[in-house]
Design a protein around this ligand. Sequence first.
Ligand code: HEM
Length: 228
Amino acid sequence: MKKLTLADFKVPAALVALSVVPILGGVVRLTSVARDVTVTPDNARFLHAPTPVVIHVVSATLFCLLGAFQFSTGFRLRFSGLHRRAGRVLAVSGLLAGATGVWMTLSYDIPLNLQGPLLYAVRLVVGTAMVASLVLAWSAILRRDVPRHEAWMIRAYALGQGAGTQALVLGPWMVISGQSGGVTRDLLMTLTWVINGAVAEAIVSRRKRASPARVAHGRGETVAGTSR
Ligand code: HEM
């Protein structure tokens, strides 16, 4: 059985690090929803309708953390049974994270400085694209089409991890400009999803170039039998 090396931890460690800020934000939000805090314009929507945000934070946290390990070839080869079981939990949590993101976009009375028309539209597109990518990934693996499954999972994960990239991009902007909302925030949030989408497409096409035969004959492969 293949032993794990330090290199196998590189991708999971980077992805877990990217998830830290949104996960901590989620813990803070869940704590405030669970406690009897004073209702303010900033938290009213979460306190009046906590269901979607609670499901969103729990499922998004699972999605980010589990996904971090699913993309490591070493972990996948060493624990192939676990990869499949974790993959099911990952897919369900991703579907819930994307769907509740769309739910909150449509139903929450989000202040205009935190979500203008651009971000409203982008969130609907991103949440729907994330759900669609997971459905396509699921149907590909049912057909044993591993390359297509991996490509759609990479896309779904990249869209979900928009939250991590947002922390990297918005944090410095807030410190430098002293602003925390408005059109620039909407544009930067949109930019982070564009960046993550572009990174996902670059990884998918690099994999296609690296093993075109595998892509052409993807059906019938097993996850543990893939090479990279
Ligand atoms: C999978 C990774 C994701 C993580 C870790 C994450 C994290 C969070 C957290 C912590 C909150 C609470 C924010 C607060 O307390 O102010 C939140 C809210 C929200 N998220 Fe996500 N999210 C993720 C993906 C998405 C996606 C893909 C969408 C796209 C539709 C989305 C849309 C939303 C919306 C609309 C809100 C409510 C914002 C508000 O009312 O101000 N999230 N998310």
